[in-house]
Write a protein that binds this ligand. Structure first.
Ligand SMILES: [Zn+2]
Length: 236
């Protein structure tokens, strides 16, 4: 599988879908690790199911809203700069069309077309839709498919929540003496799955990605459990 790029005209839709999928897997992974660390830490300090439920639920909501807000801000910023670049391009096309035609021909030539074919293609693309041609070839933007910040925010919220539900339910549903084992086992299994998926989507080597992801989660749970146990023993 190859890295999706923005300016592949026919691969654009697939690349976009892969980007969304990868973002969803990463969001779910975040939800799993941070909520698992939280509930395992609290479980180190107390057996109280309602304390575990409260901590896990608060972590789920705080994390998913923070992810959504961060995504909203970052996609909005990206969209603003894409819109600004398109507006500038529009003005340039209006004010100096010959220079823009020459620029487009030069860009197409640099992509491997001969001088004559590049000039002809630039003329035809400009006649059909000059702004779209410049947006795609020069800026690598599809003006019809700018990412909606609300969609991106909502998607991260859902992905994080889906991930966070796993450690939360694994901690509060089983009987008290099973909850830690069930949580650790299901979290590590889920991290193996998300590590494998994100490696496949990003064209990385799955075994190493799985190992890193599982080790990271194990470390997070180990550290918070140790901290929770110390605090619980100290009676804080
Ligand atoms: Zn241009």
């Amino acid at each position: 599988m190859t890295e999706p790029t923005h300016d592949e005209a026919h691969g654009g839709a697939l690349g976009e879908r892969l980007n969304w999928l990868r973002a969803a897997v990463l969001g779910a992974n975040d939800g799993i690790v941070s909520t698992a660390g939280l509930v395992v830490g609290v479980a180190g300090a107390t057996d109280d199911r309602s304390a575990l439920l409260t901590a896990g639920l608060a972590g789920l909501l705080a994390g998913s809203m923070s992810m959504a807000a961060g995504e909203y801000v970052s996609v909005s910023t990206q969209r603003d700069s894409e819109k600004a670049a398109l507006a500038l391009e529009k003005r340039e096309l209006r004010e100096r069309p010959e220079a823009e035609l020459e620029e487009l021909a030069g860009l197409l030539e640099r992509r491997g077309l001969s001088r004559e074919v590049a000039s002809e293609a630039a003329v035809q693309l400009t006649e059909r839709d000059a702004l779209r041609a410049h947006a795609r070839v020069e800026l690598g933007i599809d003006p019809d498919r700018l990412t909606n910040p609300w969609h991106a925010a909502w998607a991260s919220f859902l992905a994080f929540t889906a991930g966070a539900l796993l450690p939360l339910l694994a901690m509060v549903l089983p009987p008290a003496h099973w909850r830690l084992a069930v949580t650790v086992a299901s979290v590590l299994a889920a991290l193996a799955l998300t590590g494998w998926s994100s490696a496949r989507l990003g064209a990385a080597a799955p075994p190493r990605a799985v190992l890193r992801n599982v080790a990271g989660g194990a470390l997070a749970m180990g550290v918070t459990y140790a901290a929770g146990t110390l605090l619980g023993a100290a009676g804080v």
